[in-house]
Design a protein around this ligand. Structure first.
Ligand code: PKZ
Length: 211
């Protein structure tokens, strides 16, 4: 049986054209999220912005897919990640992380998190750190030629993670045991590790390995 990661062929130039089209839209909405959290304009301007945004939403909804983006039959493996809340080209809640892949299988990214990711004042929400680490560990699993659903994700929050500071996420796989892939990773700031993670990613019963 196959499933989650079935792929189809699409002309790479078509994918690039779509990225050029949707990327700026997504970036504008990211900026809007931050603006909505931090604005102090008067009530008339808030009402004006609300009306304008309602109009924008109607414009975009005039033609749309049924259901979620990643489940579309015409979406390739590359594009499927565009819906990701961590790296998604089409997902404004993604910071986004731009992942780097090393030849030895390590995966890492530099990023910053702003007002939309706040937990304790001026600090990153612990669930946001978990989201990022789940994804980056999962990418390391995939880079190793395996894939699997997150079975267990264990986190140790060693120090608070600051908002609006340079951060880095790292992940690598530790070992493979049958259908289970064990991966480790961390988030760091300029002073070192703030959150450590280890995860067990499991190829579900009946599914084929990625490659
Ligand atoms: C084509 C190109 C595409 C490109 C694409 C790129 C993608 C690039 C990366 C994306 C990165 C995204 C990263 C986010 C990933 C999620 O967010 S996944 C979503 C969150 N996770 C879930 O929803 C998982 C829900 N749980 C399940 O689906 C099932 O319980 C599981 C985990 C698949 C296991 O089910 P199962 O296959 O029936 O497992 P089962 O036969 O009971 O057990 C198998 C083994 O695993 C162990 N096990 C079972 N459950 C667990 C568990 N929870 N914890 C630890 N061990 C367990 C068992 O003890 C057993 O061990 P052994 O006896 O073999 O030693």
């Amino acid at each position: 049986m196959t499933g989650y990661l079935d792929d189809i062929r699409v002309d790479p130039s078509e994918i690039a054209a779509q990225e050029a089209l949707y990327g700026p839209l997504t970036q504008s909405i990211r900026s809007l999220i931050d603006a909505a959290i931090r604005t102090e304009v008067d009530s008339e301007d808030i009402a004006g912005a609300t009306a304008a945004l309602t109009q924008v939403a109607s414009l975009l909804r005039a033609r749309q897919i049924d259901g979620s983006y990643g489940a579309q039959p015409s979406v390739t493996g590359v594009q499927r990640s565009w819906a990701s809340p961590v790296i998604g080209v089409r997902n404004p809640i993604a910071p986004p992380l731009i992942l780097e892949h090393e030849p030895d299988g390590r995966v890492w990214a530099r990023f910053r998190l702003g007002a939309g990711y706040e937990g304790p004042p001026s600090l990153v929400h612990g669930g946001v750190s978990a989201l990022i680490l789940d994804h980056v560990l999962g990418e390391a699993v995939h880079a190793s030629g395996h894939w699997g659903m997150t079975g267990t994700l264990t986190l140790r929050y060693r120090r608070p993670t600051p908002l609006n500071r340079p951060l880095r996420a790292d992940a690598r796989i530790d070992r493979v045991e049958g259908r289970k892939v064990y991966a480790d990773g961390s988030i760091s700031d300029e002073r070192g590790i703030t959150v450590e993670a280890s995860g067990i990613f499991i190829l579900p019963t009946g599914y084929a390995a990625a490659r």
